[in-house]
Design a protein around this ligand. Structure first.
Ligand SMILES: Nc1ncnc2c1ncn2[C@@H]1O[C@H](COP(=O)(O)OP(=O)(O)OP(=O)(O)O)[C@@H](O)[C@H]1O
Ligand SMILES: [Mg+2]
Length: 455
């Protein structure tokens, strides 16, 4: 048996027990156990704790034992699976002539083995789940370590799986974990969708090209007008339960202007988003963006099918696991200093490892919010995207340590009241300024950005 066959076989067993496919770590574990590796060796390869790998293995073996009616352990895993697989009927592979041309790199059609020794219920269960699927996650990142965000995952699941919301935006400052969260949600909910397509707008393309790209998946013929293309895409969204993800959406907005203003060549995305929201279908579109636009605004969660999830910092010390750092008791202080931003933390962890030999306490004793070179170049880009009015406001913010009221800003910055109000709103839509409720409403600039601006 090949590793792929073992993986398919184990995946189908796990799926029928848990209704979830193997996640990335479980796949790796199966692969390495099949190769005869010890828990310690697997932990070393993927930079995990040995105990954690052992626990994950035992959980997996427990599921397999229940499914197969035999006691599966590490020592008999391969031999038992091989013995059972040999006596099982061949894989049922559902092929579809429309899809078969383009299956490179994509996952087509679940393969569901039917076991000789499985009970009838299990078989029924498996057959009920057997439908043709198209999953294109080639452009999505692979998530190896993912911590926390349980509430956010539950919210997404509630909106998308239970409520069938049509447009969901996942928003937040760069590096906060938007892409990772959405990918994790997909890994956990693969079986809920017949079609999953992940597209990135890092290098944005005209809407016509994107829609044609999406349509190529189901139909090969080119449609003439954008209206025809929209119609076809809507038919797909009605007919199948699809999940389409557009990552890095901020790139279709105009640099140097207030947040969320479409560039002229991408203006048709606005109509597209409205169409997705206002038409009846069974599918969902997830937008991942550093900037919020009007179409992502959720006025009444109960009433409308538009939802928006704003990600804030991840204040969980696990985020610093496997980064070669010591002084676990100081990790939360470091995380607070860098506003729970996993990207900033990754960057500073590398610096602490290189310069302070991983000693977090020694780094903190310097009493400085160090901006790494990586952060600096990121903030340079971010600053250049701001409108001149926003640049003026953030520079003013950087002169004060405390949150500021609108009145204080109004007195100190040379802007009309309208410009100041619009500028503040735009900075909020980029998640650079947040509102803090004290006796009166105050505004606070991200302290890491403030440190960058001060220098
Ligand atoms: N919950 C998490 N657990 C572990 N690592 C995480 C988590 N969230 C994010 N990360 C890691 O932090 C880094 C930044 O995350 P991610 O790329 O998802 O940010 P982003 O918000 O999409 O940023 P950008 O807007 O720049 O694309 C990645 O290396 C990611 O793997
Ligand atoms: Mg991202």
């Amino acid at each position: 048996m090949t590793v792929t066959e073992i993986l398919q076989f184990v995946d189908s067993l796990v799926f029928s027990e848990t209704e979830q496919h193997l996640d990335d770590l479980q796949k790796k574990i199966v692969e390495q156990v099949f190769k005869g590796k010890t828990y310690k060796q697997i932990a070393d390869i993927y930079d995990y704790d040995e105990g954690y790998i052992g626990d994950e293995c035992r959980k997996l073996f427990k599921i397999l034992s229940e499914q197969l009616g035999e006691d599966i352990k590490k020592s008999n895993f391969v031999s038992t699976i091989e013995r059972l697989k040999i006596t099982s009927s061949p894989l049922i592979i559902h092929t579809n002539s429309n899809h078969s041309k383009q299956n490179n790199n994509h996952t087509f059609n679940f393969c569901i083995p039917s076991l000789n020794n499985s009970n009838n219920n299990q078989e029924k269960n498996l057959n009920a789940k057997s439908k043709s699927v198209y999953h294109d996650l080639t452009l999505a990142p692979q998530i190896i370590n993912f911590y926390n965000r349980e509430t956010e995952l539950e919210t997404l699941s509630n909106w998308i799986v239970n409520q069938n919301s049509r447009l969901i935006s996942v928003l937040g400052i760069s590096g906060i974990g938007k892409t990772a969260l959405v990918k994790r949600f997909i890994d956990l909910n693969l079986d809920q969708f017949e079609v999953i397509i992940w597209k990135s707008l890092k290098y944005p393309k005209p809407l016509e090209v994107l829609v044609q790209d999406l349509l190529n998946i189901i139909k090969s013929e080119e449609k003439q007008t954008i209206e025809d293309q929209f119609k076809q895409l809507l038919d797909l969204l009605i007919e199948k339960k699809c999940l389409i993800i557009l990552d890095d959406v901020q790139n279709i907005f105009t640099p140097g202007e207030f947040a969320g203003q479409y560039q002229p060549e991408y203006h048709s995305y606005q109509n597209f988003l409205t169409l997705i929201t206002e038409t009846q279908h069974q599918s969902s579109l997830i937008l991942i963006s550093q900037e919020q636009c009007g179409e992502m605004e959720c006025l009444d969660e109960e009433l409308y099918s538009v939802k928006c999830l704003k990600l804030s910092g991840l204040y969980d010390s696990q985020i610093l696991n496997h980064k070669g750092l010591g002084n676990g008791e100081s990790w939360l202080t470091l995380i607070n200093l860098y506003e729970g931003n996993p990207s900033y933390l990754k960057s500073i962890a590398i610096l602490i490892k290189n310069i302070f030999d991983g000693d977090v306490a020694e780094f903190l004793a310097e009493n400085e919010l160090v901006i790494t070179q990586e952060m600096r170049s990121h903030f340079n880009q971010l600053y250049n995207r701001l409108s001149p009015i926003e640049q003026q406001i953030v520079l003013k913010f950087s002169q004060f340590e405390q949150p500021l009221s609108r009145e204080t800003l109004r007195e100190t910055v040379e802007l009309s009241s309208t410009d100041l109000i619009n500028g503040l709103q735009s900075l909020q839509k980029r998640y650079l300024v947040t509102k803090v409720k004290e006796d009166k409403t105050m505004f606070k600039l991200s302290s890491v950005l403030r440190e960058y601006l001060e220098n």
